[in-house]
Design a protein around this ligand. Structure first.
Ligand code: DGL
Length: 264
C-alpha cells in the first residue's frame, strides 16, 4: 500500500521552510504543502492559548488540502499546542519538532548552548528535558527575542544578523561551548552568522530526527508515497499575496541543508 497525498507542514512563518527543505531532500518522493502563518508571526512572544488557536486554524487549512500527515515545523507551536491538536484531530498523524537537546547530550557534548524562543524554553516540554540533563551536563539557555522578527523580513545574512549574534551571544564565547541547539526553525537560516562566533561547534537543528519520525510513522501506517511519485511542493501563507509566495519559494531554494541532517 502507498499514498501519494502530500504531507502538510506549518510554522509561524518562514522558519518551517528550513524543515521542509530538509525533509523534501531526505524524502524525494514525498510531496509537501507548506503553510506559513506570517500574518501572526512571531509566535514566541505570545500566550499559549493564542498559539493553540493559530495552530488549530493551520491544521484545518492543511486538512482542506487533503494532506496525509501534518508536521508542526515550529518548536513553539509544538510545545504550546501539539498535545491538544493530537486529541482534537485523531484522524491525522501529527508530528512536532522540539529542541534537539537529547541528541546533543547523547553525542557527548559537555557545554551545550540552547537557543529558542522564550516560550519554548518556559513550557514543560523543554523544561522536562532540561531538568533531566542539566544534572550532568552544562546547559546554557538563551532565548533570542527579536531574531524571528528580523528573519521574517527576509534578512538571513549580512551586518544586521551578524550584529544581532554579537550582541546576544558574545558573552558565551568564553564558556567553552562545544555545541549549539537551534531550538527554533527560523534559526538554521542564520547558522552562518552564529558560526562566525563559534567556528568549532556542532549545530543541532532536529531536522534529521523529525524526518526519521515522519518516515517511521508513514511506513507503519502504509502511507509512504510510491518510489516513482514525482515530488511537488506548494507554498501557502496567511499573508496571501503572490509576492509572499514568491518569497517563500526563494527562501526555500536558498536554505542550505546540513550534510549531517542527511544521515538519518
Ligand atoms: N519557528 C518557530 C519555532 O520553531 C517560531 C518562532 C516564532 O514565531 O516566534 O519556534
Amino acid at each position: 500500500m502507498s499514498d501519494n497525498r502530500p504531507i502538510g507542514v506549518f510554522d509561524s512563518g518562514i522558519g518551517g521552510l528550513s524543515t521542509t527543505r530538509t525533509m523534501a531532500t531526505i524524502m524525494p518522493h514525498e510531496s509537501f504543502v507548506f503553510l506559513g502563518d506570517s500574518k501572526n508571526a512571531p509566535y514566541g512572544d505570545q500566550e499559549q492559548p493564542t498559539i493553540l488557536n493559530y495552530s488549530r486554524n493551520n491544521v484545518e487549512f492543511l486538512l482542506k488540502k487533503n494532506v496525509k500527515a501534518i508536521v508542526i515545523a515550529c518548536n513553539t507551536a509544538t510545545s504550546a499546542a501539539k498535545a491538544q491538536l493530537v486529541n482534537e484531530f485523531p484522524e491525522i498523524p501529527i508530528i512536532g519538532i522540539e529542541p534537539a537537546l537529547k541528541p546533543a547530550v547523547v553525542q557527548g557534548n559537555q557545554h551545550i548552548l540552547v537557543l529558542s524562543t522564550a516560550l519554548t524554553m518556559k513550557l514543560p516540554k523543554f523544561q522536562t528535558q532540561y531538568q533531566k540533563y542539566q544534572a550532568h551536563t552544562d546547559i546554557l539557555l538563551r532565548p533570542l527575542p527579536g531574531l524571528v522578527d528580523i528573519i521574517e523580513t527576509g534578512v538571513i545574512e549580512g551586518p544586521q544578523i551578524d550584529q544581532f549574534a554579537v550582541d546576544n551571544l558574545l558573552s558565551f564565547e568564553d564558556k567553552g561551548v562545544d555545541s549549539i541547539v537551534l531550538g527554533c526553525t527560523h534559526y538554521p537560516f542564520v547558522r552562518n552568522s552564529f558560526a562566525k562566533l563559534f567556528p568549532n561547534v556542532q549545530f543541532y537543528d532536529g531536522f534529521d530526527g523529525v524526518s526519521k519520525r515522519v518516515i517511521s510513522l508513514l511506513s507503519q501506517a502504509d502511507l509512504l508515497a510510491e518510489n516513482t511519485h514525482k515530488q511537488t511542493i506548494d507554498f501557502y501563507s496567511t499573508e496571501d499575496t503572490p509576492t509572499e509566495i514568491n518569497r517563500y519559494q526563494s527562501l526555500f531554494d536558498r536554505y542550505q541543508v546540513l550534510p549531517s541532517d542527511l544521515v538519518i
